[in-house]
Design a protein around this ligand. Structure first.
Ligand code: 9MR
Length: 510
């Protein structure tokens, strides 16, 4: 059966339930800087699901009392954004300085947090002396660096990003002093040295743009498979997740995480943020919310995904504006440390109870009108509308709709069209696929999806005028088509199915 899963009930995970959460949290925060609220913290919510919720931080931020109040209470894990990098810890060969990193581990100890060590071997923030070494000296220098640092932080750092960003975008190995001197063997050497220095720490390879299926994550997958085959100590893969609303959400993130998990590795989301072109507006913040929410949902769906770390929690201390001029607003709280919609999205994704009187399950319905009076001609023209009858907003990217029909004789290939929609046809996707197995009146279906957008409680998509034909323009006989009715005005259509995240939310499948 190619039919999708039946929705099993459960809570909706839409950004609107979230807005309710924002208001609740906002109320506790009015009139002052963000402080711990009586609601469960992000980390408590994550812990209830067997995960941690963490944040990056940096030494200069720790003198900001309003900032540390949230850092120390909401998060159960911290990652130093810069203080454990090579240029800070060994600026001169053999002269180690762990002062800054120690401030971070002290903070973590005082607040009951775990620390992710970031990072032992990276091509960036590398003091120039490393690149100037004769090639034969690079390996001993790298092993010394790892040994000193991982030994110093034994018992303090629970997981290390041993090697950071080893790949180019096309999946080839990135050139670096390490790769240039040792080829890709430097990665196994680094992992072995880290394991020797701290056998208890979980050892990770970490990179960006490996969150979804693609050439770069394939390369990581091939590398870690080989390392495991060779018995190299390796515990997990870190997916940085520096996302942007103007780019699509990582393709099949959950499936990608799962394939690493299936190798016996842990997976961690290590540097999550979702930037946008400034100024921020409601639509961009809504898309940002769904991205945050979907990352958390993906992690929760994969048993070996151990937790999520945001690359700092407030726009006040984001790395984004200085690196991507004109972009920013990437974090869960704004520059004044006030919650953004994405915070509530994350809380809902982590399973926070909806105290806003929401509906329970996601409730969408399909309305249909037949825009084609001819039963026998060469086109089928369904008009569709989706209405959110629930109490939570629904991210349209999670929604697909199926309209079943029979193809009759003629070409087995189809063209599909969106002729008009107030959503903008460019946000609507459509395709025809064969039903497997075919049911009466339903050997094919038109599947409609959405590239973006969110449907607030009570809202309708408005009309979506669809059209399809066979590529040889031969005729259909629509009289027996499963989903067709003769309705000339919009009415509830129970023979059109609506799915949210692949689970049936409305309608009866053939
Ligand atoms: O957050 C870090 C920022 O303060 C530094 O200026 C920057 C320099 O490269 O590094 C940032 O952190 C990076 C992390 O170490 C690796 N992944 C990408 C992060 C954002 O650039």
């Amino acid at each position: 059966m190619d039919l999708m899963k039946r929705r099993s009930g459960g809570r909706p995970a839409g950004p609107h339930a979230l807005l309710i959460g924002v208001l609740a949290l906002g109320t506790t925060l009015l009139g002052g800087p963000a402080v711990a609220s009586p609601a469960p913290t992000l980390h408590e919510l994550a812990s209830a699901q067997g995960r941690y919720f963490g944040s990056a931080t940096d030494n200069s931020e720790l003198s900001d009392a309003a900032y540390t109040a949230v850092l120390g209470s909401e998060f159960g894990q911290i990652t130093p954004g810069n203080s454990m990098k090579w240029d800070t810890t060994e600026p001169v060969r053999g002269r180690f300085d762990f002062t800054k990193g120690d401030v971070i581990t002290d903070f973590a100890r005082e607040h009951g947090q775990s620390v992710r060590g970031h990072t032992l071997v990276w091509h960036s923030q590398l003091p120039s002396w490393v690149g100037a070494l004769p090639q034969a000296e690079v390996e001993p220098a790298m092993v010394d660096h790892i040994t000193e640092e991982a030994t110093h932080y034994r018992g303090e750092v629970t997981a290390w990003d041993v090697v950071n960003e080893p790949f180019n975008e096309d999946g080839t190995f990135r050139s670096s002093p390490f790769h240039d001197a040792m080829g890709s063997d430097y990665i196994a050497t680094a992992l072995r040295a880290a394991h020797a220095a701290d056998p208890e720490a979980k050892l990770y390879l970490n990179d960006y743009n490996i969150e979804g299926l693609g050439a770069k994550s394939d390369a990581m997958y091939a590398l870690v498979s080989e390392l495991l085959d060779e018995g190299v100590p390796l515990d997990g893969v870190g997916m940085q997740a520096h996302l942007a609303v103007q780019y699509g959400f990582p393709y099949e993130m959950r499936a990608n995480m799962q394939r690493f998990a299936d190798l016996g590795l842990d997976v961690a989301v290590t540097e999550l943020d979702v930037r946008m072109q400034l100024p921020a507006d409601t639509a961009k913040l809504a898309t940002q919310s769904t991205y945050y929410q979907r990352v958390v949902e993906a992690c929760l769906a994969v048993r070996r995904c151990v937790g999520v770390t945001v690359w700092d929690w407030t726009d006040k201390y984001s790395w984004v504006p200085s690196t991507f001029p004109g972009q920013g607003a990437a974090n869960l709280y704004d520059e004044s440390l006030l919650p953004k919609p994405a915070l509530a999205a994350v809380r809902t994704a982590l399973g926070e109870e909806d105290d806003g009187g929401g509906s329970g399950g996601t409730t969408l319905k399909a309305l249909y009108r037949n825009n084609d009076s001819a039963v026998r001609d060469n086109q089928i023209k369904p008009g569709l509308q989706l209405v959110n009858t629930g109490g939570a907003a629904v991210s349209l990217q999670d929604v697909t709709v199926r309209y079943w029909f029979t193809g009759e004789n003629g070409a087995s290939t189809y063209s599909t069209w969106c002729d008009w929609s107030p959503l903008g046809c460019s946000t609507v996707t459509s395709r025809v696929a064969g039903s497997d197995p075919a049911a009466a009146g339903a050997d094919h279906f038109l599947e409609v999806g959405f590239r973006s957008g969110s449907l607030a409680p009570g809202a309708s998509t408005g009309e979506i005028q669809l059209r399809l034909n066979k590529t040889d323009w031969s005729n259909f006989d629509e009289s027996d088509d499963y989903s067709r009715t003769g309705a000339t005005s919009y009415a509830d259509a129970t023979k059109i199915a609506v799915y949210v995240d692949g689970e049936l939310a409305w309608g009866v499948e053939p």
